[in-house]
Design a binder for this molecule. Structure first.
Ligand code: DQA
Length: 144
């Protein structure tokens, strides 16, 4: 089974961007860790990142055919994108939402997530370990 791990704007700069908030691990490192854990769990992971809302929506549409589940860190689009929520609502498999930082400890505009209206679960504030935890959860959701 294939799991899409979708990442929104500015996450290409992970490890360089505001390291006091997001840590110093890069998205390449996260990709490698997800590939490794995915293999252990019997899941093929495809980690993608885009700074463009439409690209993320296109990947969600593609997932309808090619993925069993979606793990998504929509980054700032979390708080603004009805279009990403609508796209996720066309997807039938499980959706898990990840935030590296604890969005609830930050500015109030980060407290609301459109994507949470669709997600089976949300992880926030566990750093990049959140992706690994989400992947483990995805494996149990797909097994159960
Ligand atoms: C984020 C939190 C968002 O509020 C922010 O816009 C991001 C990253 C996180 O992973 O903590 O870009 O999704």
């Amino acid at each position: 089974k294939t799991i899409y791990i979708l990442n929104g704007p500015n996450l290409n700069l992970l490890g360089k961007r505001e390291p006091e908030i997001y840590g110093d691990i890069t998205l390449e490192d996260v990709t490698a860790d997800c590939t490794r854990l995915g293999a252990e769990l019997g899941l093929n992971t495809e980690l993608m990142q885009s700074n463009h809302e439409g690209q993320i929506i296109d990947w969600i549409h593609e997932a309808r055919e090619s993925a069993a589940g979606i793990i998504i860190n929509p980054a700032a689009y979390t708080h603004s994108s009805v279009a990403i929520l609508d796209a996720l609502n066309t997807f039938e498999g499980p959706v898990l939402e990840v935030h590296i930082s604890n969005v609830h400890k930050r500015e109030s505009f980060r407290h609301h997530s459109y994507v949470s209206l669709r997600a089976e679960g949300v992880i926030a504030g566990f750093g990049v370990e959140g992706y690994q935890l989400a992947l483990r959860r995805m494996a149990s959701l797909l097994a159960g």
